[in-house]
Design a protein around this ligand. Structure first.
Ligand SMILES: CC(C)(COP(=O)(O)OP(=O)(O)OC[C@H]1O[C@@H](n2cnc3c(N)ncnc32)[C@H](O)[C@@H]1OP(=O)(O)O)[C@@H](O)C(=O)NCCC(=O)NCCS
Length: 194
């Protein structure tokens, strides 16, 4: 079941309708079907969120069903013209991690190739950031392959700053791929790092 998240900014005149939803408890079977399809498309196109080749359909279905049930995780779905075309997750730190209880993470952001460029990605990032703020988090973290230039541009334009790089972040086709680390302070009182 899903809850629509109000957009952060009004849509431009003539823009195709984008809706971002927060999944509550479980995925509708039609949405799960669409999500598996767009996940496979995005992985084939160079994905950037773990898989380097699409897994069998039943594995992918179990993956997404499981994600919705993991404590501390919220799944957002993006729709273009009513069809699920992307997703993003907001991840909170585990309860024992008191030292990092102020920081949440964004992960697994993708939009199907056919739906890119319509502000679905921006809408999902804004929705996840709004929920993190609502829950009192002071910082958002994320990491991304250095080859994902569209994602890097999206995060920079959403106010994230790069603070680090790992040259051995991922292994794709037998080659190492660097990864970049970004954060975005959500409150001014976080101050300068000491
Ligand atoms: C990154 C991704 C999610 C962007 O989704 P999208 O819905 O097409 O992005 P949006 O339309 O919301 O674009 C928002 C901003 O991102 C930047 N951006 C998006 N696509 C871009 C591109 N191809 N080149 C440069 N900048 C781009 C722009 O700043 C854009 O703002 P603008 O529309 O005002 O110019 C999508 O390209 C994708 O799924 N990429 C592959 C997976 C991936 O890299 N995921 C990140 C893993 S952490």
């Amino acid at each position: 079941m899903t809850d629509a998240v109000p957009p952060a900014a009004p849509a431009a005149p003539g823009a195709r309708p984008v809706v971002v939803e927060r999944v509550e408890e479980r995925l509708r079977s039609a949405d799960l079907d669409d999500l598996c399809g767009v996940t496979a498309d995005a992985i084939r196109e160079g994905g950037g969120f773990g898989w380097v080749a699409p897994p069998p359909r039943d594995v992918m279905e179990r993956f997404w069903r499981g994600i919705v049930m993991v404590p501390g995780r919220t799944l957002f779905l993006g729709r273009l013209d009513g069809v699920v075309c992307g997703s993003l997750q907001l991840v909170r730190p585990p309860g024992n991690n008191e030292a990092q209880a102020f920081a949440a993470s964004l992960t697994t952001c993708f939009v199907a190739p056919w739906a890119r460029g319509h502000r679905v990605g921006r809408g999902m990032v804004a929705a996840a950031e709004a929920l993190a703020r609502e829950e009192g988090f002071k910082l958002l973290n994320l990491d991304v392959r250095a080859t994902q230039t569209a994602a890097i541009a999206l995060y920079r334009s959403a106010g994230f700053r790069q603070w680090g790089e790992n040259p051995y972040y991922a292994m794709v086709g037998g080659r190492t791929v660097a990864g970049l680390y970004f954060h975005k302070p959500l409150v001014p009182e976080l101050g300068e790092p000491s």
